[in-house]
Design a protein around this ligand. Structure first.
Ligand code: AMP
Length: 205
């Protein structure tokens, strides 16, 4: 562990790269924050990058706004490029927590190819599993606290959860076949969930 922390590296042997997988409202952002503090990994949330772009009215933000407002997924090619650019801008990190990416099989396949060219690999995929009724409740509460427009409207939430089932759930199978998947119950106390996440990650070091 100590050795790991002191390394500066950019190849798959020394990096810890994790995909945090789960439906909207599963608690990925909350856990990612704790993981990044303990393991010194960069939290790469595609949703956060897009929301920032929308707020700053960048070229990407102007395109992204329509998708975010409706709870739709952005085109795969835009997302893949965005993730690649972000990885390339952060060469001195000890690893990444990918949160919200990949969200389709096409993204997962392109991501694998990209990682090979970057001499990187995914060490593990953690699925935070939470049932649907609880997700909707959590998202409505988050709307009150954070003011996210895509959390405020029940029909937009339903759309995001439907898209998750249709497009994103197959990604779980994809990583399960590659024997990278660990499922953790996303219900319960934040610290108890983190303890389980911590145990999975500590094994990879
Ligand atoms: P999130 O914060 O991860 O729930 O993402 C918020 C919104 O950003 C999603 O509802 C999509 O509109 C968009 N988004 C984030 N990540 C992706 C992705 N990997 N592919 C397509 N759209 C995405």
């Amino acid at each position: 562990m100590a050795e790991f922390k002191n390394l500066t590296y950019n190849n798959s042997k020394n990096m810890l790269n994790l995909i945090l997988f789960g439906a909207p409202g599963a608690g990925k952002g909350t856990q990612a924050k704790k993981i990044s503090e303990k393991f010194h990994l960069l939290h790469l949330s595609t949703g956060d990058i897009l929301r920032k772009a929308v707020a700053n009215k960048t070229e990407l933000g102007i395109i992204a706004k329509e998708y975010l407002d409706r709870g739709n997924l952005l085109p795969d090619d835009i997302m893949i490029k965005m993730v690649e650019n972000t990885i390339k801008k952060n060469t001195d990190v000890q690893g990444f927590i990918f949160d919200g990416f990949p969200r389709t099989i096409a993204q997962a396949e392109a991501f694998d190819k990209m990682l090979v060219t970057l001499n990187m690999a995914i060490n593990c995929v953690i699925h935070l599993r939470v049932e649907k009724d609880i997700l909707v409740d959590r998202l409505l509460k988050r709307a009150e606290i954070e003011g996210r427009s895509d959390d405020a409207d029940k029909s937009i939430i339903e759309n995001r959860i439907t898209l998750y089932k249709q497009k994103t759930k197959p990604v779980k199978e994809y990583y399960s076949k590659l024997e990278k998947l660990t499922v953790i119950d996303g219900l319960g106390e934040i610290d108890d969930i983190f303890e389980q996440v911590d145990a999975v990650l500590s094994e990879k070091l």
